[in-house]
Design a protein around this ligand. Structure first.
Ligand SMILES: [Zn+2]
Length: 427
């Protein structure tokens, strides 16, 4: 099948006005000018999508879809520690049906917003079924927490059992499975070491919240601060369950053996120069979540430094417990304003596609429109698409409602009826 559109954004190459793709058996076989593709493959069925922008499907590099129903339940404006303590508390009250309803809603929202691949963390396992049903690609990470060193073995056994269940549920889908130790401050050091050993043994992908707040830095380095005085007592503990020796969260994780190219580290708001060097040395991938960080008042991640260091960086929305929407368009727009000229519109669109794919270890398969890649793509209808600045046009105008088509492995997952075209602006 040949798909043509007024504008094709391959991401790995320059924009193509009146471009197209040749798709066979779920893969992209050729990318080029529409007229050339039609001429070179005259017997191939041809579908002209008209006045739309065609680009790779978005990759949401950090979500918790099972928490979608918590939108508005945890007011922002409190300290990070109060927020996370309240979240853990609230989450313990939710039943399987709540998680399942939330995950179903979250998967639907992702699909309609142009996401074709997601890194989702689950405690309940409820996101596998709706993501599989939607036909989305991604990695589902089983979350593990536990501050009592005495319970490390028990917690790890439970996580391994949950992982087996996730793997069974995910079979026959485009979803793979990994482990998510929640954060350096919410697992005892013995449990973190056990996780590192399991990850080494099973070669699983791993994701973890890391260096998110100033409170985390104070707690890991000094064993002090609000996490010590508020979060620990809330889970029945009165002293840190890690060796306190002045380390940064990044250095602490390195000592625990968790920094590797299979780690997708999330947030990284509070990282110094030596942390950055460690992240580079260990080839760690990152997911940044600017709106979540803003809403929780924890600071701003040094994204320009990550990009300058050529780290693999994706963009995540986090959950609706700390964000207003699951839209990566909203995330890109907010972040573009936040970082001013230090990160361009093109860099954000790249981060939300190829960057996210690389961060999830999938850059060879998805993230750009190029021969040999899987046909995961979306089409957007935008009123005023500027050919001279297509990335700027996307950031200033695109929303979930702009997405008119979504395809994974060459299979149509979503197509909106009554598509209105866009008007070309030439310079
Ligand atoms: Zn998160």
């Amino acid at each position: 099948m040949i798909l043509t559109a007024r504008l094709v954004l391959p991401i790995s190459g320059p924009p193509l006005v009146d471009g197209g793709l040749l798709i066979r058996d779920g893969a992209i076989c050729a990318v080029g000018q529409a007229s050339a593709l039609i001429r070179d493959f005259p017997t191939e069925p041809h579908d002209d999508l008209g006045s739309v922008a065609l680009l790779p499907g978005l990759v949401n590099a950090h979500t918790h879809l099972e928490l979608t129903g918590l939108h508005g339940r945890l007011p922002f404006g409190r300290s990070f520690t109060e927020w996370v303590t309240a979240l853990l508390d609230l989450r313990s009250e939710l039943d399987a049906e709540c998680f399942a309803t939330s995950a179903r809603l979250g998967a639907t929202v992702l699909l309609r917003s142009g996401v074709t691949c997601v890194a989702d963390i689950t405690t309940s396992g409820s996101s596998v079924v709706p993501l599989k049903a939607a036909g989305l690609r991604g990695i589902i990470f089983q979350e593990i927490l536990g501050l009592d060193p005495e319970q490390a073995t028990e917690r790890l056994d439970a996580a391994e059992k949950a992982l087996r269940s996730l793997q069974l549920q995910a079979s026959g889908s485009l979803l793979s499975v990994g482990l998510s130790p929640h954060a350096p401050y919410s697992l005892s050091e013995p449990l973190l070491l056990r996780c590192a050993e399991l990850l080494q043994r099973r070669r699983l992908p791993v994701t973890m919240h890391l260096a998110e707040s100033p409170e985390e830095v104070t707690y890991i380095g000094l064993g002090l601060g609000p996490i010590a005085t508020t979060l620990l007592p809330a889970v029945g503990r009165h002293s840190p369950s890690h060796r306190v020796c002045g380390e940064s969260p990044v250095a602490f994780l390195d000592r625990a053996g968790l920094l590797s190219e299979r780690l997708l580290a999330v947030h990284l708001v509070h990282v110094g120069i030596s942390d950055l060097q460690l992240l580079r040395q260990r080839a760690v991938a990152l997911a940044v979540c600017p709106r979540s960080n803003h809403n929780l008042g924890v600071g701003i991640a040094p994204l320009p430094r990550f990009l300058a260091a050529s780290l693999r960086v994706g963009l995540g929305t986090d959950s609706l417990a700390s964000n207003d929407t699951l839209s990566l368009w909203d995330e890109m727009r907010f972040a573009h304003r936040l970082y001013g000229g230090a990160v361009t519109a093109q860099q954000f669109v790249t981060m939300a596609t190829l960057g996210g794919a690389a961060a999830l270890g999938m850059a060879e398969a998805i993230g750009s429109l190029a021969p040999g890649k899987r046909a995961d793509l979306i089409a957007l209808a935008i009123d005023h698409l500027d050919d001279a600045d297509p990335y700027g046009s996307l950031l200033s105008q695109a929303s979930d409602d702009s997405v008119v088509l979504s395809m994974v492995e060459g299979k149509m997952l979503y197509q909106r009826e009554g598509v209105t075209g866009c008007n070309r602006q030439s310079h």
